[in-house]
Design a protein. Structure first.
Length: 370
């Protein structure tokens, strides 16, 4: 109780002192208006300005010490020097709408009388943003005059028996019609995951007229095929018969369909750890090996659906491994340093399991190669 009493006393003393230090006397500046609404303005039209007029209503000259703004987008200009009693002055407030779409309300503080008086002015309005430039909306050029809105299409996880579609926007800014084709290309970031997965479907118009837009639909179809793990497809646009240097990447990870699964009766994969750092090691030496363990803490058998490694890594854990409830499986991951250059290494082993709570796991392997 005594501590609480002293705290209240301290706060009361601070409040009294603060009020005394910052006490303001009435301002002699009499403004015609203190608020101005610019209404609806367009970002493309640039800055707008309103001038606030005032009169010195006091009985002695007054000078404006400074004018402060609540935002860098608002720039004030004001009458300098002493203003005699009954004389007029002006404060012009300029608002720059660039990068300020929508409603805005800004405050300007007018400090005068040696810092003893402060008046507040407000400007507001609504900014209509610039229409997005085609280069902003479609930032990636695949051929002269032909652009797309993205070059990476992440499908994330897709369950067995599902078909999922995603869209890449395309525009032809040229003055001619172009022929379009999109084909799977070679390229992969994971072993056991080729550029041509055979699961990706591409639906695109054969031609695109001058100035026209179109949707390029990419889809993974797991209705007929079973595919666990990551599939990483590379799509190459072909415009007027010429392959583009720019490619579009699509990636997905196939998992079990857990709809209707009783979570309480499902397997649960518990890894003893998911990171190993070898520290500083030499290139070209014998493979460096680390061990991990995965335990099934669930009520039914755990199945390892897929194990995928980056180049330079191998694992003894194999797809198809079954782990009964309460049992564990120990496995090794080997790092073959001859696949890399000197420097920091950060690679992964991607493991897919039939644990509905978290079907995709990542084992990370780090090292500093010298």
């Amino acid at each position: 109780m005594k501590t609480f009493f002293y705290l209240l006393l301290a706060l009361s003393t601070f409040s009294a002192s603060y009020g005394a230090c910052f006490a303001q006397s009435p301002s002699p500046l009499v403004f015609d208006v203190t608020e101005w609404d610019f209404g609806v303005i367009r970002e493309a039209d640039g800055s707008v300005t309103h001038t606030f007029a005032f009169t010195n209503g006091g009985d002695r000259p007054v000078a404006i010490d400074r004018v402060t703004s609540s935002c860098g987008c608002t720039t004030p200009r004001y009458t300098r020097g002493p203003i005699a009693p009954g004389a007029k002055g002006e404060i012009s407030v300029t608002f720059n709408p660039e990068n300020f779409p929508g409603r805005f309300d800004k405050t300007v503080g007018v400090v005068s009388g040696g810092g003893k008086q402060t008046d507040f002015l407000k400007v507001g309005g609504e900014v209509i943003p610039d229409p997005a430039a085609v280069e902003d909306e479609f930032p990636i050029e695949i051929a002269k005059g032909v652009r797309v809105d993205k070059a990476f299409v992440p499908f994330r996880t897709i369950a067995q028996g599902q078909r999922v579609m995603m869209t890449v926007g395309c525009v032809n800014t040229s003055d001619r019609e172009v022929a379009l084709r999109f084909e799977p290309a070679e390229g992969s970031g994971l072993e056991n995951s080729t550029g041509g997965s055979g699961l990706l479907r591409i639906f695109a118009p054969d031609t695109l007229c001058a100035g026209c837009r179109a949707d390029i639909n990419l889809g993974y179809d797991l209705l007929a095929d079973t595919a666990y793990g990551t599939r990483y497809d590379v799509v190459r646009p072909i415009v007027d018969g010429l392959p583009s240097r720019t490619t579009i990447y699509a990636v997905m990870t196939g998992v079990d369909d857990f709809r209707g699964v009783d979570v309480d009766a499902a397997p649960v994969a518990a890894f003893d750890r998911t990171l190993h750092h070898f520290g500083e090691i030499g290139i070209g030496a014998e493979p460096y090996v680390c061990r991990f363990a995965v335990t099934n803490d669930g009520a039914s058998t755990l199945h390892i659906r897929s194990v995928q490694t980056r180049p330079g890594l191998t694992s003894t854990l194999e797809a198809g491994t079954a782990i009964p409830p309460g049992e564990a499986k120990t496995f090794e991951v080997a790092l073959h340093t001859g696949e890399y250059f000197a420097g920091a290494l950060d690679e992964s082993v991607i493991i897919v399991v039939d644990d509905p709570s978290r079907p995709v796991r990542e084992i990370r392997i780090k090292a500093t190669l010298k």
